[in-house]
Ligand binder design. Structure first.
Ligand SMILES: Nc1ncnc2c1ncn2[C@@H]1O[C@H](COP(=O)(O)OP(=O)(O)OP(=O)(O)O)[C@@H](O)[C@H]1O
Length: 365
């Protein structure tokens, strides 16, 4: 099985999204800090924490350094390393590090699309299933406020969410379907009613939603984002320790243009884009010939243009709809189908990158 590590594409703007002051002293200090931070290497991903988008909102005010560190549960030790490195700066009196993490969660990944209906939730659900079958502990957070259909795709349509009191306040308990822990904005709303949240209320609800779920120990938390590049997406992206995003598109030109916008949003915030999944790439006719119903080459062309890998091409497969409607993802219902194997390959590449202990021994040979 293919299990190459995913290449990383550092964002040139990772550290600059907090405005750099015009004061030349502060500017030089900001540069010194950024340079030092680039010396901190994350051992599993074998890249520096700046290129990995783990450091954001860097500010230098007089003799003080402020930054946000986005980490998984196994990366908390990086804080100490950063503190000790930055304390070597002669002018630095103190470094304030705000940790952004989800307790117990190792790797948080987002599934995003520029427009609705391209198969983002289908990809999220099938990838979660493929990772889970491969031995990972997986959670799926359906944050798509415009169309939260993950519960239905996993057979959880009527489920009730329980809340428990913990030492850290009230927490929602995720539901479990096919071994995957699931939480959805749809489960918190009245059935068949739109989620009509806007502005600060939307921000507050999404922030609580991200931080108040009791996931337990997870290797992966996949977040199914709302489509597009609006307020909701930006809130989720800024509030969660997302360490990579998978973009879903169809081969059509309009979908591809939307993905381009989507990708620029992530690069601006400093989150690495892991690659593109082209969904509904082709239909197999009865002779096994691939027919490009929605055009061809869109995903490949986009991947080349944006210097990001094409992670997989998922065919149009009626079994995907059947599986989604029946609440059992195709990757579980028919694990040897061509479609399922595409998701398994993407899952294998994710494991090779983020969770090497889950890569089967045969792949190391
Ligand atoms: N490869 C495919 N073959 C056949 N049907 C598919 C495929 N991918 C997705 N679909 C179907 O297309 C519909 C939309 O898929 P999905 O809900 O995953 O898209 P989405 O991008 O998440 O949409 P939204 O933005 O509305 O949440 C679903 O009915 C799904 O079953």
């Amino acid at each position: 099985m293919h299990s190459d590590r995913l290449p990383w594409h550092a964002s040139p703007t990772t550290l600059t999204h907090a405005p750099i002051p015009a004061d030349p002293v502060a500017e030089a200090r900001h540069r010194d800090v950024a340079q030092l931070l680039k010396q901190v290497i994350e051992p599993t991903l074998k890249n520096d924490i700046v290129s990995l988008g783990m450091v954001r909102n860097l500010r230098v005010v007089d003799n003080y350094i402020y930054l946000r560190l986005y980490v998984g549960s196994h990366q908390l030790h990086l804080q100490e390393q950063i503190q000790s490195l930055l304390s070597s700066l002669p002018w630095c009196k103190k470094t304030y590090i705000q940790i952004c993490t989800i307790p117990g969660v190792r790797t948080t990944l987002a599934i995003s699309s520029g427009k609705g209906g391209v198969g983002k939730s289908t990809t999220a659900v099938n990838l979660a299933a493929a990772l889970s079958v491969g031995g990972a502990k997986v959670g799926l957070l359906d944050a798509d406020i415009y169309g939260p259909n993950v519960p239905q795709m996993l057979g959880l349509r009527q489920a009730d969410v329980q809340a428990i009191d913990t030492s850290n306040g009230q927490r929602f308990l995720p539901l479990t379907a096919h071994g995957i822990k699931v939480m959805s904005v749809g489960l918190l709303a009245e059935p068949d009613r739109p989620l009509a949240w806007r502005g600060p209320v939307l921000h507050k609800i999404l922030t609580q939603f991200i931080h108040q779920v009791e996931w337990g120990e997870l290797d992966y938390l996949l977040i199914d984002l709302p489509p597009g590049t609006g307020d909701a997406q930006i809130t989720i992206v800024q509030e969660s320790p997302i360490c990579g995003v998978i973009l879903v598109t169809t081969p059509q030109q309009v979908a591809v243009a939307d993905v381009r916008r989507n990708l620029h949003m992530f690069r601006k915030v400093g989150i690495p884009v892991l690659g593109i999944v082209e969904n509904m790439s082709y239909l197999r006719d009865r002779f096994g010939e691939a027919i490009p119903i929605f055009g061809s080459g869109g995903g490949k062309q986009l991947a080349a243009e944006l210097h990001t890998p094409l992670l997989g091409q998922v065919p149009i497969d009626p079994q995907i709809c059947t599986g989604g409607d029946a609440g059992k993802p195709l990757t579980l219902a028919d694990s040897i189908s061509l479609t399922s194997r595409t998701f398994q390959q993407i899952a294998a590449a994710l494991n090779a990158t983020f969770c090497p202990v889950l890569v089967p021994l045969s792949s190391h040979l």
